[in-house]
Design a protein around this ligand. Structure first.
Ligand SMILES: Cc1cc2nc3c(=O)[nH]c(=O)nc-3n(C[C@H](O)[C@H](O)[C@H](O)COP(=O)(O)O)c2cc1C
Length: 199
């Protein structure tokens, strides 16, 4: 892997929805670190540089990052992996490599370093790109089904805070069904399964 700028890795100005991977505790069974994966919004101001930000709420990603100061990022277009990693950690069978952590189908992988600043700007963490690699280049048109699946997933992860989000998910479902492909429909079914007992 080498030093690159953010845009070389598909990270553009604005908020980039990616999957963030951090190392958890050492597993006694396997002797390896547990891998934690979660969708994150990576905030980029200048895509020609190496600085980014992420706002981390109380979750495992934040806990791991606080300890290690390291965040791996996968740019990926698989809606099923977005859904799984929003609710649990994808098992090893979902990875094509553990070191560096690369989920199957990822387009780019990169590593950021950073520090959680005590008393800093809320939960915003400043990140610095250390290294990265392009794995695959994929040409694709905008798909509303995919975009709205991501939108529905955000509501789904916040459903415990506001049960009214259930009706928003319901509205988005219709368009995901209409515009999405097989993978988006599969992801939607999975999302509904995860939130079945909430809201
Ligand atoms: C598209 C998308 C973007 C998200 N962005 C963030 C984010 O920037 N920061 C954050 O703390 N949580 C974000 N979340 C929520 C986390 O992914 C979710 O809370 C997850 O369960 C955290 O997993 P963890 O406890 O394994 O870290 C996002 C969720 C989705 C679906």
């Amino acid at each position: 892997m080498k030093l690159m700028k953010l845009s070389d890795l598909g990270l553009k100005e604005g908020i980039n929805e990616v999957i963030g991977i951090t190392h958890g505790v050492l597993s006694v069974e396997s002797g390896e670190f547990n891998l934690n994966a979660a969708p994150l919004g990576l905030i980029v101001g200048d895509e020609s540089g190496i600085d980014a930000e992420v706002r981390l709420y109380s979750n495992h990603t934040r806990e791991n990052f606080e300890r290690s100061g390291e965040l791996w990022v996968n740019v990926i277009h698989d809606p099923v992996l977005f859904v799984i990693s929003a609710f649990e950690d994808p098992g090893r069978e979902w990875y094509e490599s553990l070191q560096p952590p690369i989920l199957k189908g990822a387009l780019t992988v990169c590593r950021f370093s950073g520090k959680l600043e005590k008393g800093g700007r809320g939960r915003v963490i400043k990140l610095r790109l250390e290294e990265g690699k392009v794995l695959k280049r994929e040409i694709r048109a905008v798909n509303r089904g995919f975009n709205l699946l991501i939108e529905a997933l955000i509501y789904a992860t916040r459903l415990h805070l506001n049960p009214n989000y259930a009706s928003r998910i319901l509205e988005l479902e219709k368009i995901i069904e209409k515009c999405g492909g097989k993978r988006e429909k599969e992801a939607l079914l999975l999302l509904k399964e995860y939130i079945k007992h909430q809201g």
